[in-house]
Design a protein around this ligand. Structure first.
Ligand code: HEC
Length: 119
């Protein structure tokens, strides 16, 4: 077995972080935090050399925006909707670059409490 790439290790941390946020939401708490992840996504060495470039960067940027917008949510109802947007941002990048973990990532979604499906 080859050792995991730098990016794979970043991803494991990103996944754990998202699981922690999900656990907070499920227990009725809105995480208060700020997270800078964009640089780590675009600067870590991936397993496959074709992972990178402007399209990958824009997915990384969309993910950073989704994280910011989630962590700034004014209340837990909006937070749950924003968290699901964040999971969609994981899935968009994965769709193009690494479809394998998508079923696992989808399980992160939380049940939303806003009738409108969020903001
Ligand atoms: C900007 C693109 C991008 C975003 C956003 C992204 N991923 Fe990834 N992810 C990747 C790529 C590319 C890999 C393959 C990494 C490698 O092997 O070098 C990966 C790998 C993984 C892996 C497998 C790691 C391993 O052990 O090999 C998991 C799990 C994962 N991502 C979960 C997530 C979750 C959960 C999110 C959102 C919270 C997320 N990813 C957001 C691109 C992304």
């Amino acid at each position: 077995m080859k050792p995991p790439s730098e990016l794979a290790l970043v991803m494991r941390a990103v996944h754990e972080e998202a699981k922690g946020w999900r656990a907070d939401l499920e227990s009725g708490a809105m995480p208060l935090d700020t997270v800078e992840i964009y640089e780590a996504l675009v600067k870590s060495t991936p397993t496959k050399p074709d992972v990178g470039g402007p399209v990958f960067d824009s997915f990384a940027q969309m993910y950073q925006h989704a994280v910011d917008s989630f962590l700034l949510a004014p209340n837990i109802d909006v937070g749950k909707a924003k968290f699901n947007n964040l999971v969609d941002a994981c899935l968009s990048c994965h769709q193009s670059y690494c479809p394998g973990p998508m079923p696992t990532i989808r399980k992160l979604k939380v049940k939303e409490t806003l009738a409108s499906g969020g903001v």
